[in-house]
Design a protein around this ligand. Sequence first.
Ligand SMILES: OC1[C@H](O)C(O)[C@H](O)[C@@H](O)[C@@H]1O
Ligand SMILES: [Fe+2]
Ligand SMILES: [Fe+2]
Length: 296
Amino acid sequence: MIVNSPTRDGATPEPETIAKEKEFGFDIVKETKEFRNYENSSLQDTVSNSYKNSHTLQTYEYASKKMREYSKLNSGIKMGIWEAAELLNTIIDESDPDSDIPQINHLLQTAEAIRKVYPGPEYDWFHLTGFIHDLGKILLSDKFNEPQWSVVGDTFPLGCRFDESNIFFDFFKGNPDYSDSRYNTKNGVYQENCGLENVVMSWGHDEYFYQVCIGNNSTLPKQALYMIRFHSFYPWHRHDQYKNLTNQQDEEMLEWVRKFNKFDLYSKDPEPIDVEKIKPYYLSIIDKYFPKVLNW
Ligand SMILES: OC1[C@H](O)C(O)[C@H](O)[C@@H](O)[C@@H]1O
Ligand SMILES: [Fe+2]
Ligand SMILES: [Fe+2]
């Protein structure tokens, strides 16, 4: 699948970039056969259990409360980006049928895949986004001790009807919001096209790390912040649903979120990466877009 790849300012993609994406092997066959198998992968029981919990326990009220608490960034934990990435060394994401190796590998694999296709220094923010996009999973570490269902998995809007394009849709039937008349209409508590920034998404690593970026005054561009915040929102970026909630800015950013998704997904590889070798490069770009120490 060769998806159109606008450059940073939205101009037409360079033929060279398209060729590189091809060479890197993004293709639909691999996608349907090897990735995101939610039916009978070797990890099926663990994955399905993780979604059973998240789809029944994530409610509008729960996610709003988590958001209020965590966006204060007042856990008292202060650390740099690299230190946070190291916390992911031992963390496994139970919602993921494609990977059961420690998460730091996934971060570096994503980032390096982006760097292969977009090598230029003008894309250093994109490399960095690959490296940090799942950092919110430190909520699973013993510093925060959040359960898997409150951290990982595809995300979905709360406060309105659950769309059938969500994987494991049937599990939502056990969610109290499913039968709550305030929340089970098409628009629910929202105004038509209110914009995703006004929507309460299921609580997890995406929204949390977005809050960390904003609250610590990261200078990453808007595209990067969208990739971080909405990369798990598959019903939107893959299935074109929830258009009743998006506004013009969301639609403009959608291409970037999609572009990012290819790297997030197709770079997953059981072979771990040589961390020490590439560490200096990532330290330098972290320095450019983040303060040395962040509040978490
Ligand atoms: O963003 C993620 C993610 O980090 C997971 O590993 C996963 O299993 C998802 O479904 C997802 O959307
Ligand atoms: Fe993620
Ligand atoms: Fe990821």
